[in-house]
Structure formats: C-alpha cells, structure tokens
Design a binder for this molecule. Structure first.
Ligand code: ATR
Length: 300
C-alpha cells in the first residue's frame, strides 16, 4: 500500500483495538478494489477522549470511522445525524464524514441479514427464527431480522427478563415501516434452559447464536438441531473458533451453516460501501481475515 497526499483515511475508535480484524479486512478491500484509502486503528480511552476523537474526524478530514467497544453508545451524542436503524438499535458502529457533517450508522444487523443472503442464500421473510441471547449483539441482529418480516422469532436468553425487555423496547419504539412489518411477526421470549435446549428449535428455519457460548474455552450452545425444518440454516456470530461446536453439529446433520466471520465481513462491507460508494470485494475481505486467523480455505 502506498500512502500519498491524496489517500483518504478511515479507521476504528475503540479500547482495546489491538485485536480488531477490521484494519486487515478493510485494507485488503481497498487494495482489491484499487481505491486510494487506508484504514488505521485508534485506541480511544473512555471519557472525554471520545468527544475530542470524534471531533478529530472533522479536524483531520477523515472519511469516517468504525466505532467499537466501549464507544458504540457514547459516540451518538457527538454526531450530527443518526440513521433510523442505528437510532432504533441504540448504537452506532460506523461514522461517515459527509462534507463536514458526521452521520452515524449501525451495520451489524444489516451486515448479518446481507450475509445470510450472500453466503447461504437464506431469505428471512416468512421464516421461523430461534435466536439465543439478548445482549448487545442480539439487539442489532434482532432489529434487522424483524425488519425483514419473518413469520416468528423466539428470543431465548439465560435471563428471560432481558429477552422480554428487548422485545418490549422494539415494540414500544416501533414506527413507520418497521412498525408495520413488526405487526405481522409473532415475537416471543423464552428461558434458555435445559427444556428449551431440548425442543426449542424444533420447526425452526434459522437458529442463531448471539451468546458467547461456543467461543474458545466457553461451553457450547448445546441446542438440539434434529427437529429443524429441511433447508434450515444454523448461524453463529462467534468466529473464534470459526467452526463452533454448534456449527459442527449442524454440518454433521447436513444443515447449511453461517459462521461469525460472514457477519463480520458483511458488516464491514456495508461500512466500506458507505465510505467509498464502491461495491465491497467481499471475497478478498474474507481471504484476508482467514489468513489472519490462520484458517485454511474459503468456506463461504
Ligand atoms: P454481546 O455484546 O456480545 O452481545 P453481552 O451484551 O454481554 O455481549 O451479551 C452476552 C449474551 O450472552 C447474553 O445474552 C448472555 O445471557 P444473559 O443475558 O443471561 O447474561 C449470554 N451468555 C453469556 N454467557 C452465557 C452462558 N454461560 N450461558 C448462557 N448465556 C450466556
């Protein structure tokens, strides 16, 4: 990569940022697309630093930034405009500098739905979805899934109150198109307990894990998959390991699997497109991420 006086700079604000895959994914994308952009990690401490860092996007004429933990909520007060999807989710992970105005987006859920279509050909509309988890990641994925008009969504969480609250919040805050779509979706909460794990996924078309179960040394999400509908997809947002025990079980049962890297790449692709206006080279992005993670082959 050659950086010149014309190179447009984008980056990521977070703390920590050293583990982020985004610099590698985005720089590979700029190179593959032949765009004169460069992506840089910026460690931004919590507190007052976030305000000055966000102002620096304008002062330094950056084209935009990704926002990661712990700043996804805090950054919102320093932006000029927030896209309706990000506002509904209550978090921003991508900022675009539009001629001196800072606009915030949330590409997590959009990326998730897009990657379901692009990597396994799964359309959410009219389908029965079972989602494990009700935390931060679940929030953006649930909003994006609901926006597509599935037949039903069950949100199963260890602490069921959190699942209930999440559903209530979306129902109460719903407006416009989203409210219309939500009106036709059967959304319920459940406790992610032994009984649910045994039969809760029966009849589902999509099972998605948004919890940290299955990540590295954590126990797996041990949910019975044998009762899924034919043509079902099993999806995990965990990408370390890339093939979680949940996905290995799904693969053994011949269901299509959708891994956590697909979502990460797709949410990055949405950001890439917002900054550059060009179509994201997702294959090059995936290859760069797999090389970094030491994963052989491209399973998309
Ligand atoms: P993230 O931003 O990654 O979603 P989070 O907001 O802390 O992280 O949410 C973590 C999710 O994983 C929650 O749904 C959590 O369940 P609780 O709300 O009941 O805590 C779920 N989770 C984490 N460890 C779990 C475990 N051992 N068993 C079941 N669920 C677990």
């Amino acid at each position: 990569m050659i950086i010149t006086g014309r190179t447009r700079i984008v980056g990521i604000f977070g703390d920590p940022v050293h583990h982020s895959l985004s610099p590698v994914i985005q720089n590979a994308a700029f190179e593959a697309a032949g765009l004169d952009f460069a992506y840089v990690p910026f460690r931004v401490h919590p507190g007052d630093d976030l305000k000055s860092a966000t102002e620096s996007v304008l002062a330094l004429n950056l084209r935009g930034v990704n926002i990661t933990i712990p700043h996804k909520v805090g950054v919102m007060e320093y932006l000029d405009e927030i896209d309706p999807h990000a506002r509904a989710v209550g978090a921003v992970n991508t900022v675009v500098n539009e001629n001196g105005e800072l606009k915030g987006y949330n590409t997590d859920g959009l990326g998730y739905v897009r990657s379901l279509v692009e990597s396994v050909g799964f359309e959410v509309k009219g389908k029965r979805v079972v989602m494990a988890g009700a935390g931060g990641a679940a929030r953006s994925i649930l909003y994006a899934l609901l926006s597509e008009g599935p037949a039903s969504v069950v949100v199963a969480n260890r602490s069921v109150d959190k699942a209930r609250k999440l559903i209530e919040e979306f129902a109460e805050g719903a407006e416009g198109e989203f409210a219309k779509t939500l009106g036709s979706v059967e959304v319920t909460s459940a406790t992610l307990d032994t009984a649910f794990l045994a039969t809760g996924a029966d009849g589902a078309d999509l099972v998605v894990n948004t919890t940290s179960l299955g990540m590295d040394s954590n126990p797996p999400l041990d949910i019975t998959l044998s009762g899924l509908n034919s043509g079902a997809v099993v999806s995990d947002i965990v990408y370390s390991p890339l093939e979680t025990p949940l996905l290995a079980t799904a693969r053994a049962l011949s269901f299509a699997v959708h891994d956590g890297l697909s979502m990460l790449i797709a949410q990055g692709a949405v950001g890439f497109e917002l900054w550059t206006g060009a179509k994201a080279p997702v294959d090059a992005m995936r290859q760069a991420a797999e090389a970094l993670l030491g994963v052989v082959g491209n399973r998309r």
